[in-house]
Design a protein around this ligand. Structure first.
Ligand code: ADP
Length: 511
């Protein structure tokens, strides 16, 4: 059928009036078409193509060739998957399909709708709604959205990396503005020996020994709540109530409006450093105390020696009669006694210094403890004439591993102390076996040691009373030597009644 015949047929249709009105008033591009030829076209359609210099009624014009397929992203592509565009539009049913025409200002995009007409099965009313402008806006919007999304994704990626880096290197927690913990990373949980569920939901006070210390953190938050960061050292306790120190930075987390939503704490454990510092200070204090005590201990006998020899020298100018001789004797004996004390002190100091430097050599061999005890007892016999001085061996032999010379020095120290601090009564030495142990006891009925002093007499220069003799180093050496030989020492004592020092050493082969 020719286009004019079709047109006449259309005009005879009962609903043509309606189409015509629509045609006239619509700003959309409307045509009656069989898909290829234009049977009728409204003004908008004609104007669009005329502006591009195209006569749509020209027999050479083919709508199916003029029309281009547009995908849902707005891209023009070739063809309709081997279907005619009409079939394609009908197949898409309710979807708003987009097509494009070459227009006066380049490609224009349209939404297309197709309706069957009553005139013929193969004639359709096609309505093209220009969406070119809308599409360009959409494009800009989509592009904008894509960029924002990309930027957001990139920012989130970087943030996640920062987060991970902070998490790996530090102990991290977050809390709300009331101090309730909302997050604790694995490292923090591990450092404080808590499972995450045990921390999250708890008040931050759980980490402080004294809840009022937690207030310190809240106080610190006062600055933080004004948007400032807080830096300092926090002292926390773990689940087992052990103390930890953390160098901490507390920062507020803000929302885009600038309001604080959370408090972030980044910690770095410095417990070992704090302990090392404390120990270093303690060692330094102990060293300077030791130095003071040594100077004092050396000065006393030295002063005495200087004074007594000076006085003795003065006497030399006088005639050596009996009285002068006696005085000379007194001064020289005193000087000698102080020189002896000084020598003992220096020897003890050398022993202590060697011990502290770990340079004391121990020649460990198997020895019969009974024989060693009897030998020490005999060496002290001359000192023990003022008391009942006895030695009891409960067994004939007890083999122990020790450095014989060091054990002898230990025993002589204990025995001479016992004799020194006992005016009357007895000093008894016992050696025996208790199970797998050899036990050596030095008991006296002397002045005894007050209970509160028992713990300190083994420290250097500790003396219960200022009795004007001894170095205060003997028991320190005793404890150290015994420890190094794998032995133990215990003291029982009551003031005014006496003391008992007992040594235990493992027996070799139970004998
Ligand atoms: P030193 O005997 O040279 O003063 P030690 O280190 O041997 O130093 O002893 C430290 C202190 O312990 C003594 O000064 C004394 O006060 C106390 N002490 C030691 N042994 C006895 C003991 N058997 N009885 C009473 N006090 C003792």
């Amino acid at each position: 059928m020719e286009r004019s015949e079709l047109s006449c047929a259309m005009r005879r249709c009962p609903d043509w009036g309606m189409y015509e009105t629509l045609f006239l008033h619509s700003k959309h591009l409307m045509v009656l078409t069989d898909g290829y030829r234009i049977i009728e076209a409204n003004r908008a359609f004609l104007a669009f193509f005329e502006a591009g210099g195209v006569d749509v009624f020209d027999p050479g014009f083919d709508l199916s060739r003029a029309i281009k397929a547009v995908d849902k992203y707005g891209y023009i592509y070739e063809g309709y998957l081997q279907r005619s565009w009409v079939e394609h539009v009908f197949a898409a049913q309710k979807e708003d399909l987009r097509v494009a025409f070459d227009g006066p200002h380049g490609l224009s995009t349209f939404l297309v709708q197709l309706q069957h007409t009553t005139a013929s099965e193969t004639i359709y009313l096609a309505t093209f709604t220009d969406v070119t402008e809308m599409m360009s806006y959409k494009g800009v919007l989509e592009e904008g959205l894509r960029t924002t999304l990309d930027e957001k994704r990139a920012a989130q990626y970087i943030l996640r990396q920062y987060d991970a880096a902070i998490d790996v290197a530090n102990l991290v927690s977050r809390s709300d503005l009331h101090g309730v913990i909302t997050y604790a990373n694995e490292a923090l949980c591990a450092a404080l020996h808590y499972a995450r569920e045990e921390l999250v939901g708890q008040h931050i006070g759980i980490l402080f020994e004294d809840p009022s210390e937690a207030v310190c953190e809240t106080l610190a938050w006062d600055g933080v709540l004004e948007g400032k960061a807080w830096k300092g050292v926090l002292r926390h306790i773990d689940k087992h109530r052990r103390v930890h120190y953390f160098a901490t930075t507390i920062v507020p987390i803000l929302d885009p409006q600038g309001s604080i939503t959370e408090i972030l704490s980044i910690r770095h454990e410095i417990t070992e450093m704090v302990r090392a510092k404390e120990e270093a200070i303690e060692t330094l204090e102990a060293k300077s105390k030791f130095f003071d005590q040594v100077s004092h201990e050396l000065r006393t006998p030295l002063n005495a020696i200087v004074n007594f020899t000076d006085q003795a020298l003065e006497l030399l100018d006088e005639e050596l009669d009996d009285e002068v001789r006696e005085l000379l004797g007194i001064y020289l004996r005193r000087s000698f006694k102080n020189a002896e004390q000084l020598l003992a002190l220096i020897n003890s100091l050398l022993d202590v210094a060697k011990m502290k430097a770990g340079k004391t050599h121990y020649t460990m061999h198997e020895h019969n403890a009974v024989a060693l005890v009897q030998d020490a007892f005999e060496s002290c016999a001359s000192l023990g004439r003022h008391v009942r001085f006895t030695c009891k061996a409960e067994v004939e032999a007890a083999t122990i591993r020790c450095d014989a010379a060091k054990l002898r020095q230990v025993l002589i120290n204990l025995i001479s102390n016992a004799l020194k601090f006992t005016r009357e009564g007895f000093v008894e030495i016992r050696v025996g076996v208790r199970g797998t142990l050899c036990r050596i006891e030095v008991e006296d009925s002397g002045i005894g040691i007050p209970a509160h002093k028992i713990a300190v007499i083994f420290e250097p220069f500790e003396q219960v009373r200022d009795h004007g003799f001894g170095t205060g180093l003997g028991l320190n050496i005793v404890r150290e030597y015994l420890q190094m030989m794998g032995m133990r020492i215990e003291v029982r004592s009551s003031e005014g009644e006496g003391s008992c020092f007992s040594i235990t050493a493992p027996l070799i082969n139970g004998i």
